[in-house]
Design a protein around this ligand. Structure first.
Ligand code: SF4
Length: 348
């Protein structure tokens, strides 16, 4: 059976009935509070549910309202977000909450078009908030929805191409339930997360199998993706211990993760790090290589060469020796954490 104007109403009905019965019991599903829905949607971009859930609860404890985010310092917000990655999400959220306070009398706007004026809010987030919280007829298109649609229609264009973007957004709109857009959007995302998974989709228990063209061949072929090309880069980092403290570089916009603390590092893989070390020490002390740590950021495969230095220095300008306790209260990057885990006896 194909999906067309005649079969779409039955598809919508079956999809919603399945969702009603099978949806996961998630903290942000018990509310229509746009602040919580907004936070959950940005946390879940590029992040799995199991990783995002504890962050969501902790963040809500620390920042229970939009106003508390707007008034917080960037350092406190980064601290609550550290480990989740894609830090521009929380920086944009911070600015957007301030915009709501200033331009919308502290009320999160209801309309898709107004939501899109907020920093970092694109089509996906605006559609999710406006449909789930306010019932606006806006279709959500995320990675899960793209996968389900590509399989339902055996769509053969590369999923990030311009024609594919038009296909996904128009098809999602055509399928959208006119009266329950919020539930419909969540149902389609839930099928993508639970049943129509990237590998081994469980077509036999899929509520929309009878409409799905890919289930009659090999669903894993869809969506068509560009082969990701990874680039290797070499970094160099230093471990300098002074008693129970380690030397860290202060937050700076040019740090690996902007405005987070990090181990003294050199990120230009093409040149040797001597100049960087000279800036820290004035003259280069004996440096001993400890080994290397692998890390990935987006399409970069990073090899970080780790060194230790036998020296007693005072923390130079823009650097500080930090204790374990101090590190608990500041944001510092995951690469530095991996380095400590591998090379420090009692890692922080
Ligand atoms: Fe995905 Fe299989 Fe359902 Fe089709 S039938 S939408 S491939 S899980």
């Amino acid at each position: 059976m194909h999906l067309n104007a005649t079969t779409i109403p039955a598809f919508q009905k079956e999809l919603l009935a399945w969702y009603q019965k099978n949806k996961r019991d998630l903290p942000f599903r018990q509310t229509k509070d746009p602040y919580q829905i907004w936070l959950s949607e940005i946390m879940l971009q590029q992040t799995t549910m199991s990783t995002a859930l504890p962050y969501f609860s902790n963040f809500m404890k620390k920042f229970p309202t939009l106003k508390s985010v707007a008034m917080a310092s960037e350092q406190d917000l980064l601290c609550a977000w550290q480990g989740l990655g894609y830090y521009s999400r929380v920086r944009n959220f911070h600015k957007a909450c301030q915009q709501v306070l200033k331009n919308f009398k502290s009320q999160i706007p209801k309309k898709f078009a107004e939501l899109k004026t907020l920093k970092g809010v694109g089509d996906y987030t605006a559609a999710a908030i406006s449909s789930i919280c306010f019932g606006e007829k806006q279709a959500v298109v995320d990675g899960n929805v793209k996968r389900v649609l590509a399989r339902l229609f055996t769509y053969t264009q590369e999923q990030d191409s311009i024609p594919a973007k038009t296909f996904f957004s128009e098809t999602a709109k055509k399928l959208l339930h006119p009266k329950r857009p919020g539930d419909h959007n969540q149902a389609l995302m839930e099928i993508g997360a639970l049943i129509c998974r990237p590998k081994k989709p469980t077509c036999l228990i899929c509520p929309v199998q009878k409409y799905c063209l890919a289930s009659r061949e090999n669903p894993e072929k869809y969506p068509i993706k560009k082969k990701q090309v990874f680039k290797r880069v070499d970094y160099h980092s230093l471990l300098i211990q002074n008693g129970e403290k380690l030397l860290f570089k202060s937050p700076h916009p040019q740090n690996l993760i902007a405005n987070m603390w990090e181990l003294p590092s050199h990120y230009d893989g093409k040149t040797l790090p001597q100049q960087t070390w000279k800036k820290i020490f004035k003259k280069i002390p004996p440096i001993k290589k400890l080994g290397a740590v692998r890390h990935s950021i987006m399409n970069q495969k990073i090899i970080t060469h780790v060194y230790t230095v036998q020296t007693k220095i005072k923390a130079p300008k823009d650097f500080r020796f930090l204790s374990k306790q101090q590190l608990e209260n500041v944001p510092w990057n995951t690469l530095s954490k991996k380095i400590l885990k591998k090379f420090v006896k009692n890692p922080f």
